[in-house]
Design a protein around this ligand. Structure first.
Ligand SMILES: Cc1cc2nc3c(=O)[nH]c(=O)nc-3n(C[C@H](O)[C@H](O)[C@H](O)COP(=O)(O)OP(=O)(O)OC[C@H]3O[C@@H](n4cnc5c(N)ncnc54)[C@H](O)[C@@H]3O)c2cc1C
Length: 379
């Protein structure tokens, strides 16, 4: 069997490398950075902020895959008292309960791709609840207008993000710890991991799995057609002196936005007595950044009284095309750039043609890409 080359050492690259190695292939993985993980990197102490993912959804295929290999644990455990500190921002005020219509809408397992979520949900639960549901879905969509996207796309994310008990679980120590376990497992399988090696052109040897962000894959393949709509999200990380009574989550139902205190489930992310919070607010355009920042601050005022006086660290960042694909009306994941590019080249990542929510797209495409690469390698 010929060796398999994997370009990119994020979640997708590691899944692809492990899948190919388990099938018996020799694998070399090249990662441009010194540290593996890509968007799943977690900052060093004292404030272990996550650049990208926090939640690992237990309804996804990656959950079972990680569990079978002993890579899932340890997970952070959310104390029950924190569940009572979830707040819903509606009509300008914080509430303890969401509108009950949200649960009725969440019972719909599927929705059509040929209509927008707003129209589809309005026909079922009325315009006001549909608006709240679209904004709630922003926690897994990161788009400034989840209601304008395909109903199939937004409903899948709304339903999974609103399940009781929640699907969201959290790798203890952030996703970096999960990545480190995956990398150690890959090395045990014999995968050669080369960090600090940016690949500047596609190697002539095939098969190759390109597991970079879609824009970087387009440059490597010299293929301008590798595009798909993404998102623009304002991320604000804040470390605060801890105060009992702070909210755990503030979900904005008036407009898309989410704030979560991640030390509630994983106190080790910050020093003793410090809360680490991330606000995630989708942006329609860069011009909307200042107004959106003010909105995030106003929600922090409501959920975390006196947070400005208690702030020990504050960082802001605009993430562009970093949160995965969004599917407009009349489009589904099948219309995204195909995994198999022909000639022994395969794509893996979160904006390519594979099902799932957020990093599950990276997982599903990586497994498909690795299986294709192994077939090519054996030919
Ligand atoms: C704010 C935010 C919140 C998110 N929340 C969640 C969540 O809660 N749950 C969830 O499941 N997902 C979440 N996601 C999505 C998740 O982060 C991504 O889907 C996933 O990390 C993508 O992994 P990847 O391996 O496909 O891509 P990346 O992580 O981008 O990895 C690509 C890698 O390729 C490397 N690379 C690029 N070019 C080259 C080159 N030429 N040569 C060598 N290496 C190269 C890069 O350095 C990088 O390490 C979130 C994302 C963001 C931004």
């Amino acid at each position: 069997m010929r060796p398999v080359t994997v370009i990119g050492g994020g979640f997708a690259g590691l899944v692809a490398a492990i899948t190919a190695a388990e099938a018996g292939a020799g694998v070399t993985l090249h990662e441009a950075h010194q540290v593996l993980g890509g968007r799943a990197r977690t900052a060093q102490p004292p404030y272990r902020t996550n650049e990208g993912p926090h939640a690992l959804y237990n309804g996804g295929p990656h959950w079972r895959w990680l569990k079978r290999r002993g890579l899932l644990e340890p997970l952070a455990r959310l104390p029950v008292r924190e569940v009572l500190r979830v707040r819903y921002h509606r009509h300008g005020r914080l509430h303890r309960l969401p509108p009950l219509g949200l649960f009725r809408l969440a019972a719909h397992r599927t929705a059509p791709a040929g209509t927008d979520f707003r129209s589809w949900a309005t026909a079922r639960v009325g315009a006001e609840t549909a608006h709240a549901a679209a904004n709630y879905a922003a926690v897994a969509v990161y788009h400034h207008d989840p209601g304008g996207l395909s109903a199939a796309f937004t409903q899948e994310r709304f339903r999974r993000a609103s399940k009781v008990p929640p699907e969201a679980h959290y790798p203890q120590g952030g996703w970096q710890s999960l990545i480190d376990r995956m990398a150690a497992y890959a090395r045990r399988l014999g995968v050669a991991i080369r960090t600090g090696e940016r690949v500047t052109e596609l190697p002539p040897d095939r098969p190759v799995v390109v597991a970079t962000a879609l824009e970087a894959a387009g440059r490597l393949l010299g293929d301008q057609s590798l595009t798909w709509p993404g998102t623009r999200t304002l991320l604000m990380d804040v470390a605060l002196e801890r105060r009992p009574g702070d909210a755990f989550v503030v979900s904005d139902l008036d407009a898309p936005g989410w704030i979560e205190r991640f030390t509630a489930q994983d106190p080790g992310l910050a020093p003793e007595g410090v809360s680490l919070i991330q606000a995630q607010f989708p942006l329609a355009s860069m011009a909307a950044r200042e107004a959106t920042l003010r909105r995030a601050e106003s929600l922090l005022d409501q959920g975390f009284p006196d947070w400005r006086q208690r702030t020990l660290m504050r960082r802001e960042h605009t993430a562009v095309n970093c949160t995965g694909a969004v599917d407009p009306v009349d489009r589904t994941w099948r219309d995204r750039p195909a995994v198999d590019r022909g000639d022994g080249v395969y794509l893996a990542g979160d904006r390519v043609a594979a099902p799932g929510v957020l990093s599950e797209v990276s997982y599903n495409s990586a497994v498909r890409a690795a299986r294709g690469a192994v077939r090519t390698a054996a030919r």
